[in-house]
Design a protein around this ligand. Structure first.
Ligand SMILES: *Cc1c(COP(=O)(O)O)cnc(C)c1O
Length: 370
């Protein structure tokens, strides 16, 4: 007899992490540009703080992350009781589901978006309700509002959206929140917000101060370059934060991660300069791809989205051959992280060649709407 697992689990696709062994190529450096990691190692001062904190790991971490929550609160101009921290924003996504949704409930999200949403919804026992993106890769917020039923308990809005890089505007988001019953929790997932230059973005602080049912998620994994340490945070009204804390794994955020995150906030200025450099690379990369007739959306995140439709799988293979591990979604498109200049330049070369050779050219690429 085998173990009787919950039936929901059999419906869950295996999480397709970007991490795959890099191809062995004799003459070129391979780059993993599939997981939206920051190409810069931690700042030297943050590395020293990590080494120092490592000397005390015989002790449990502060379970309430008091200092870190105070530092974040200071940084976003809110109070520590409006902040929860966890092992990455993805853990907070799970906690939002555990706190609100179970069997018989529904969780609404745009699709395609962050791959964890349907998985964590199924794990909670609730039903995933994916709402297709518009053909330009943006959220169809009116359609998402219409998808809400009396069973809906949780909604994910991802801005900038992974993998299309598109954002929602403050006005659209306000209309959306107004259209949704205020006992439904709305997650605004801002994992990439530091890379966004959109001027009409919702203000997380205003949103949280005005709406008791909105939680904003952020992470130290992407802009702050601490993906390997696992730390992210939620900002929301106090009772939402309390519910998230009730569903947290005890002692989840390690003392090393807490110290590194505090040091990173202190070195915010230097990190912002790095983010600025990545934004400049994104602009150059997007322009070069456009010049080469490669389909690409205007991204506000640290990756670009190439809506290659049915050509995607072949493109991923071409990239692999050239030493670039990209994230392909079969028949939809490829997501490629902004990385070292050499990696970005190689992407342009591979994509330009690919598009020129694919059948009779770019017109033959079946550009399905996302
Ligand atoms: C990367 C990512 C996260 C979570 O990252 P963590 O490493 O768990 O903090 C959350 N949401 C989206 C959309 C992401 O792409």
């Amino acid at each position: 007899m085998s173990v009787r697992f919950r039936p929901e689990l059999s419906a869950i696709p295996n999480y397709q992490a970007g991490k795959r062994p890099l191809p062995r190529l004799d003459d070129v450096t391979a780059f993993k540009v599939s997981s939206n990691e920051n190409p810069y190692p931690p700042l030297p001062r943050v590395q020293r703080v990590i080494a120092e904190a490592a000397q005390h790991v015989n002790r449990y971490p502060d379970p309430a992350s008091v200092e870190l929550r105070a530092a974040i609160a200071d940084h976003v101009a809110l109070t520590p009781d409006q902040i929860a921290v966890a092992t990455g924003a993805v853990a907070l996504c799970y906690q939002c589901a555990h706190a609100t949704a179970g069997p018989g409930d529904e969780v609404v999200f745009a699709w395609r978006s962050f791959e964890a949403y349907p998985i964590l919804t199924s794990v909670s026992g609730a039903k995933p309700v994916p709402v297709p993106l518009l053909s330009d890769g943006t959220h169809d917020l009116p359609a998402m509002a219409r998808a809400v039923t009396e069973r809906t308990r949780l909604i994910f809005v991802c801005s900038p959206n992974n993998p299309t890089g598109t954002t929602v505007t403050a006005a659209e988001f306000t209309d959306f929140v107004d259209a949704v019953p205020d006992d439904v929790l709305i997650v605004l997932d801002e994992a990439y917000i530091e890379f966004s230059e959109a001027e009409d973005a919702p203000s997380a602080i205003e949103v949280v101060n005005q709406h008791a049912n909105v939680v904003v998620l952020r992470t130290f994994s992407k802009a702050y370059g601490l993906a390997g340490l696992r730390v992210g945070y939620a900002i929301a009204a106090v009772d939402v934060i309390d519910a998230l804390n009730s569903t947290a794994l005890p002692f989840g955020v390690s003392s090393v991660a807490q110290s590194a995150a505090i040091a990173s906030i202190a070195d915010h200025q230097e990190l912002t300069e790095r983010v600025g450099e990545l934004i400049a690379r994104r602009a150059r990369l997007t322009q070069s791809l456009q010049n080469a007739q490669v389909p690409v959306t205007a991204s506000q995140a640290n990756f670009v989205w190439l809506p290659l439709g049915s050509a995607t799988a072949a493109f991923v293979v071409e990239c692999e051959r050239a030493g670039l591990t990209v994230r392909g979604f079969v028949d939809e498109g490829a997501r490629v992280t902004i990385a070292e200049p050499e990696a970005n330049e190689r992407l342009v070369a591979v994509a330009a060649d690919f598009v020129a050779q694919w059948s009779t050219g770019v017109a033959e690429i079946d550009r399905k709407p996302m």
